[in-house]
Design a protein around this ligand. Structure first.
Ligand code: UDP
Ligand code: MG
Length: 316
C-alpha cells in the first residue's frame, strides 16, 4: 500500500505572531511522519487566511517561498473559523488521502497528528482530537465551555465531548462532507452525522503560543446557539410542551377560581378573566408550538442534507 498523502489544514485569522512558530512545528511533524515511514513525502500544510487584516497572508507567501510544503489560500474577507476551515478542507479534497485540521495557535498539541495518522492507517476514517484536560484554559473558559456542551446535549445536538475542530478526515469523509450544502456551518455536529468508523486521540491543551483568542464569550455563545438551531428543532418542541403543561395547570387554576367564585365574595369579572387568561395563554403557546413543528420540518428540508452515506459498494 502506498504511503498516504497527509494535508494539514490551518485556519489563520490575524495570526502573524503565532504562524512562524506553528508553521515550523507543523513542518517538523511532517518530517517525523515521513521519517517514520507512515506518510508520503508529498504531504503538506495548507494555511488558510481568513481575510486577515494584519500581515498573515504576506507571511504565508514568504513561508511558501522558503518551503513549498507550506501552501496557502486566502479568503476575500473574514468568513469565520468554520467557513475558512471548510474552504481549506474542500481545497485539499482530491489532493490528499487524509486531511487534519488544526488551529494556528498551537493550543492543540501537534504531536497528536502522528497518532491520528496511525489511527488512519488502522482503517479509521474520522479521528477526533479530544482534550484530556483543560488546566491551561482559564477557569471561566473551562466552566462556560462545559456548560455549553451539556446545554447543547439537552437541546438535542450530539457532539463529541471536549473535541473542538482538531480532527483527521479521510478522503472519503471529505467527499461525504462536500455533500452538505448548508451555509450555517457547524462541523462539530455534521462530522458525527456522517457516521464513518471513528476513533479518539487524547492530547493536552496548551496555552496560545502567541497573539490573542478570537473567540471571546459572546462569540462562543452565539456559536453554540448557532450549533443548536442548525441541528435540532427541540427548542420548538419546548414551546409546545410548555403550553401543554400550562393546560394541565389551567385545570387546577380553574378549580381554585370556581371555588373562590362560589364560596367567597369575589370581584365581579375576576373569575372569567382569570380562567380565560390561563386558558388562552396555554392555547396560544401550543398553537405556536404546532406551527413551529412545521417550520422545523421546512428548516430541515431547505438544508438539503444528504439522507444517507454509502460506505462501501459491491456492485461488479
Ligand atoms: N480563526 C479564523 N477566523 C476567525 C476567527 C478565528 O480563521 O474569524 C482561526 C484562528 O486563527 C485560529 C482558530 O480559528 O487558528 C481558533 O481561534 P482562536 O484560537 O482565537 O479560538 P480559541 O482557541 O480561543 O477558542
Ligand atoms: Mg485557540
Amino acid at each position: 500500500m502506498p504511503l498516504p498523502v497527509i494535508a494539514i489544514v490551518v485556519p489563520c485569522y490575524n495570526e502573524e505572531k503565532a504562524l512562524p512558530f506553528s508553521s515550523a512545528k507543523l513542518l517538523s511533524v511532517l518530517d517525523c511522519l515521513v521519517n517514520d515511514g507512515i506518510a508520503s513525502a508529498g504531504s503538506y500544510v495548507l494555511c488558510c487566511d481568513d481575510g486577515s487584516r494584519d500581515g498573515t497572508w504576506e507571511l504565508i507567501k514568504s513561508l511558501h517561498d522558503e518551503d513549498a510544503r507550506i501552501k496557502g489560500i486566502s479568503l476575500a474577507h473574514n468568513r469565520g473559523h468554520q467557513n475558512v476551515l471548510l474552504a481549506g478542507l474542500m481545497t485539499v479534497r482530491g489532493h490528499c488521502d487524509a486531511a487534519i485540521s488544526i488551529d494556528a495557535d498551537l493550543q492543540d498539541d501537534p504531536d497528536a497528528i502522528i497518532r491520528m495518522v496511525n489511527e488512519f492507517r488502522q482503517g479509521k476514517e474520522v479521528v477526533y482530537g479530544v482534550r484530556s484536560s483543560r488546566v491551561t484554559d482559564t477557569w471561566f473558559k473551562r466552566t462556560t465551555a462545559h456548560a455549553f456542551y451539556s446545554f447543547q446535549k439537552k437541546m438535542g445536538l450530539e457532539t463529541v465531548y471536549d473535541h473542538a475542530d482538531y480532527r483527521l478526515l479521510s478522503a472519503r469523509a471529505l467527499d461525504l462532507l462536500s455533500e452538505y450544502g448548508e451555509s450555517n456551518l457547524f462541523l462539530r455536529g455534521i462530522i458525527p452525522q456522517i457516521g464513518l468508523e471513528c476513533s479518539v486521540v487524547k492530547y493536552e491543551r496548551h496555552e496560545r503560543v502567541a497573539g490573542e483568542s478570537k473567540y471571546p464569550l459572546g462569540k462562543m455563545l452565539s456559536f453554540s446557539i448557532d450549533g443548536i438551531t442548525s441541528f435540532s428543532a427541540k427548542p420548538i418542541r419546548f414551546i409546545f410542551m410548555t403550553g401543554l403543561i400550562l393546560l394541565l395547570v389551567d385545570i387546577v387554576v380553574a378549580l381554585y377560581v370556581l371555588t373562590a367564585y362560589f364560596y367567597h365574595q369575589t370581584v365581579s369579572g375576576w373569575a372569567s378573566i382569570m380562567i380565560s387568561v390561563w386558558f388562552f395563554g396555554s392555547l396560544m403557546l401550543m398553537s405556536i408550538g404546532i406551527i413551529g413543528e412545521y417550520i422545523g420540518k421546512i428548516f430541515v428540508e431547505v438544508k438539503h442534507r444528504p439522507r444517507y452515506a454509502i460506505k462501501e459498494t459491491l456492485l461488479d
